[in-house]
Ligand binder design. Structure first.
Ligand code: CDV
Length: 312
């Protein structure tokens, strides 16, 4: 692959809040508006957040599974998202977005927190299912709002991967994944030169409210350290703003392989930020301080894949 001028003009398409009763058609219309704005800016790739089609429903305990399932998609594209696929195809723009997916795997139905990557011809070329599901399983009444991802979703059995797109290798992760160094390392070892990561992050974290003031810092710390330590572009994209009484952080950012933020959202609403991401710049880090082939010592890291936690 020619390592010169591999520029992917990329937009992080931050979304403002989505109401509980907002139809998919409304969210999709907002996405198309951002897509068209990106097209006027000659963008190649548009990245939308986690669970872009609906409100962040794990904040509500729903005892009736049919009510939960109403937030999920059973096929993609479907009637609601077809206009997005059609418009992006007409514009020749690649895009990714997150949604709740029900699909059959190993003979049973699974509920995944999913993100897909679609090429400029409208074909889905990658499906990533969230590995790190945060939150809890049972209804916890002490919380001001729930975080029931562990109840509503199955953890991915598929791990991390990257695919060829726009002259480079692109991988995906979702929200809580961005806090785990293993995510970026796995993506980098799969060859990824760019990681697309949508998120929904409440400013208030009920189990440790003393860290609420650090939410924006921890967001960027994670995105920037992941980018730098793996010499890859990281596109972090928020669903932001006051969603059904829950304050979600914004701060969508495009991070260079050096760890520098080169574009950042200024609002908490629907907004695109754009940057020319030259994939050849990964070499600035990968042939130097983090030259994996020369300096990594996987023989010294055996505990990482063998254990979840310290045995005590
Ligand atoms: N959607 C998420 O995965 N949110 C989590 C929780 C912990 C707030 C996050 O890491 O941002």
């Amino acid at each position: 692959m020619d390592d010169k001028n591999r520029v992917v003009r990329t937009a992080a398409a931050q979304m403002g809040p989505i109401a509980r009763d907002e139809p998919r058609a409304s969210a999709v219309a907002r996405m198309i508006k951002l897509l068209e704005q990106a097209a006027r800016d000659k963008v190649d790739l548009v990245v939308f957040p986690e669970l872009t089609l609906t409100s962040f429903f794990p904040r509500w305990f729903m005892p009736d599974q049919s009510e939960v399932d109403a937030y999920f998609e059973t096929e993609m594209p479907n009637a609601a998202t077809a206009p997005l696929f059609a418009r992006a195809h007409a514009l020749g723009i690649a895009f990714s977005f997150g949604y709740a997916e029900i699909c059959r795997h190993d003979g049973r139905l699974h509920h995944f927190n999913t993100s897909i990557l679609v090429d400029g011809a409208g074909q889905i070329i990658d499906r990533y299912r969230k590995v790190h599901l945060p939150g809890h399983t049972n209804h916890e009444l002490w919380r001001p709002f729930q975080h029931l991802e562990k109840r509503y979703f199955d953890p991915s059995p598929f791990g991390f991967q990257s695919v060829d797109l726009l002259g480079g290798k692109i991988g995906q992760a979702i929200c809580n994944d961005r806090r785990w160094p293993e995510t970026y390392r796995e993506l980098a070892l799969s060859g990824a030169e760019m990681a697309l990561i949508g998120y929904n992050t409440p400013r208030h974290y009920p189990p440790a409210p003393e860290h609420d003031h650090l939410q924006d810092f921890h967001n960027h710390l994670s995105l920037q350290s992941g980018a730098y330590a793996n010499g890859m572009w990281v596109i972090g994209v928020a669903k932001a703003g006051l969603e059904e009484g829950c304050d979600l952080i914004g701060g969508s950012a495009i991070v260079a392989p050096t760890g520098e933020i080169i574009a950042q959202a200024r609002t908490l609403g629907d907004e695109i930020i754009v940057a020319d991401c030259d994939l050849a710049r990964c070499a600035e880090i990968r042939t130097n301080i983090f030259d994996f082939a020369q300096h990594r010592r996987p023989d010294a890291y055996k505990r990482i894949a063998g254990r979840t936690a310290h045995p005590d």
